[in-house]
Design a protein around this ligand. Structure first.
Ligand SMILES: [Zn+2]
Length: 260
């Protein structure tokens, strides 16, 4: 009942918004990324072409460089590790995949006999939102009050390219060895980003049994499981229609709750 009330509240109070960079942007290099909304995911080579991420810090005051750097480290490494977990989930499911997707894996991963070595894409930050194919918005402790809920860890649009991370109410770390979502007081950004990336690729919540797409951190798996990989493989062959980086359609936005 409480969750339903929250959803109704969310839908009634948020508007479609454009998240834009505050700073004027003079980045010299213009990156050209493959737009995976124009082709099926696997044809867009999402695991090999690289990701340019524009990070927006929601803060009332200018954050010290060291704080920005450490958040950026957590987010970029977490993003790459999260992509890796999805890539590995495909390899683990290889026997159930279509010929097209197996061909994709064969072409873009190192293969010796039946053994694959997964080669994760580059993930780097870009100054200008126009140069990004992904936007991460961070709600920081000094920012305006996180308007959704203290319980929410992160949000993403289904078939979108924007993720909101709630670092205002939750402390997050990057730990690729420790895939479990909670370590003491800290949340591990890797499964959180893997979950949100799942939404961005087009996956919805799965609340029957363990899954990376469970809606609460209490029941979420640490990385994509067999059935997550199978669901992912199903959408890899489909063309998706996501918004431009920085755009949200609130009716298609979903949150990962902290099951405290
Ligand atoms: Zn979710």
């Amino acid at each position: 009942m409480r969750i339903l009330a929250l959803c109704v509240l969310l839908l009634s109070c948020v508007r479609t918004q454009k998240i834009s960079s505050v700073q004027e942007c003079n980045e010299r290099i213009r990156w050209k990324f493959e737009d995976y909304t124009k082709k099926p995911l696997f044809a867009s080579q999402i695991f090999t072409k690289g990701y340019g991420i524009h990070i927006v810090y929601d803060s009332k005051t200018e954050l010290p460089q060291i704080v920005r750097d450490s958040m950026s480290f957590i987010l970029l490494n977490g993003f790459r590790a999260a992509l890796t977990t999805w890539g590995v989930s495909l390899i683990a499911n290889k026997s159930t995949l279509s010929k097209d997707i197996v061909g994709y894996l064969d072409a873009y991963n190192f293969k010796t006999g039946n053994n694959y070595t997964y080669n994760a894409p580059q993930v780097f930050s870009v100054d200008c939102i126009e140069n990004a194919n992904f936007v991460i918005r961070v709600y920081t402790q000094s920012g305006k009050k996180f308007r959704y809920s203290r319980e929410i860890l992160a949000k993403a649009q289904i078939q979108g390219r924007t993720i909101i991370i709630n670092m205002q109410n939750h402390q997050m770390i990057y730990d690729q060895k420790l895939f479990q979502i909670k370590s003491g007081l800290f949340f591990n950004i890797v499964p959180i980003l893997a979950h949100e990336l799942g939404h961005c690729f087009g996956l919805s919540h799965q609340n029957d049994g363990k899954s990376i797409m469970a809606s609460s951190s209490k029941s979420i798996s640490n990385f994509p499981l067999m059935k997550d990989g199978q669901n992912f493989a199903l959408i890899l062959g489909k063309q998706i229609k996501g918004g431009a980086p920085g755009y949200f359609n609130p009716t298609e936005r979903v949150g990962l709750r902290a099951g405290l």
